[in-house]
Design a protein around this ligand. Structure first.
Ligand SMILES: Cc1ncc(COP(=O)(O)O)c(C=O)c1O
Length: 313
């Protein structure tokens, strides 16, 4: 199973702030790998798709919100690899479909809507049974591709960088991506995750259990030394998909200065956090820092309406 990807470029960021902090700053541009299946999405999907193929499933079923990057990428990847896809969407149907869901439908995805209450049961055997009964034999991928197959794919992200880095920074939702990266670090390297949700400290426990379950599963981990990671919880901007003028301005300026587009839900918050921490002397002089661009740019289209509101302020 293969897809024509471009090798994600490693882009050096020439920033006065980084120079002043004595730090070398690079971005791993996973957003450029493929027009539709890019960022951390491909890494989370890869082994799920392989398992589905090996087990002769013809249909993938997964979950997401109406603007989900995961729904978008699963619809496209399913189409490219010859799977039928079903997207279980949180909440009621809203017409006309937003750009994320229109794209998913164009890729052949069948959309099914679940009330928020029912959607909350998405990881329970009861709902799974209901979905299997309704749709027949389907290969279920959890929301966001967040399972051990997802972690496994993310252990391959850092392979893509040709230089060795001291600190690897990544935006964090479920922490699947962070777990995969942490499992692939050499001694002396450390992964730093920036939760985009409010009160993200709870993720520490999730990360520990993801790492423990992964190592217990026998799936391959490039390095088995204790994974080195930390959470920086101060850059959520009010919570998931929340933003303010400060974040908007930062993101637009960063794109203008360095030619790196950012999405407002994930990468803008992490990049903002890193630049702010550089000013505070959080990193050591001589550190080589890698910022993983996890994609998600399709989501900016859906944010347009909100952005227009901000620009009027
Ligand atoms: C663009 C983008 N960046 C980062 C993340 C966070 O990934 P994770 O849920 O693995 O922490 C997501 C969610 O999958 C995402 O869509």
């Amino acid at each position: 199973m293969s897809l024509t990807f471009i090798a994600p470029p490693l882009q050096q960021i020439n920033s006065e702030i980084a120079r002043h902090a004595g730090v070398d700053l690079y971005v791993l541009r996973l957003d450029l790998m493929h027009p539709w299946v890019n960022g951390n999405k491909w890494f989370k999907l890869k082994y799920n798709l392989l398992e589905a193929k090996e087990k002769n499933f013809t249909t993938l079923l997964t979950f997401g919100g109406a603007y989900s990057n995961h729904i978008y990428a699963t619809a496209a990847a399913g189409n490219l690899f010859g799977f039928r896809t079903i997207g279980v969407i949180r909440g009621e149907e809203r017409l006309p479909l937003n750009p994320t869901l229109s794209f998913a439908v164009q890729q052949g995805m069948q959309l099914v809507y679940l009330s928020r209450e029912m959607y909350r049961q998405r990881n329970t055997p009861k709902l799974e049974e209901y979905l299997q009964q309704r749709f027949g034999e389907v290969f279920i991928i959890p929301e966001g591709g967040s399972n051990l197959n997802g972690v496994r794919g993310c252990t391959e992200i850092i392979d893509r960088a040709i230089i060795t880095f001291d600190r690897i920074c990544v935006a964090c939702g479920t922490a699947t991506t962070l777990a995969g990266i942490a499992l692939s670090l050499h001694e002396g390297q450390r992964a730093i995750a920036f939760p985009v949700l409010k009160n993200g400290a709870f993720l520490a426990q999730e990360i520990e259990s993801l790492l423990t379950n992964y190592l217990a599963s026998g799936l391959p981990a490039p390095y088995t030394s204790p994974a080195s990671w930390e959470l920086v919880c101060d850059y959520h901007f009010g919570g998931y998909a929340k933003m303010n003028n400060d974040l908007l301005f930062f993101s637009q300026q960063f794109t203008k200065e360095h030619g790196v587009p950012l999405d407002y839900v994930y990468t803008a918050k992490m990049f903002y956090g890193v630049m702010d921490l550089l000013k505070q002397g959080f990193f050591c002089k001589g550190d080589r820092l890698l910022l993983v661009h996890t994609g998600g740019l399709q989501g900016n289209v859906g944010m347009e309406e909100r952005l227009q509101r901000f620009s009027k302020i």
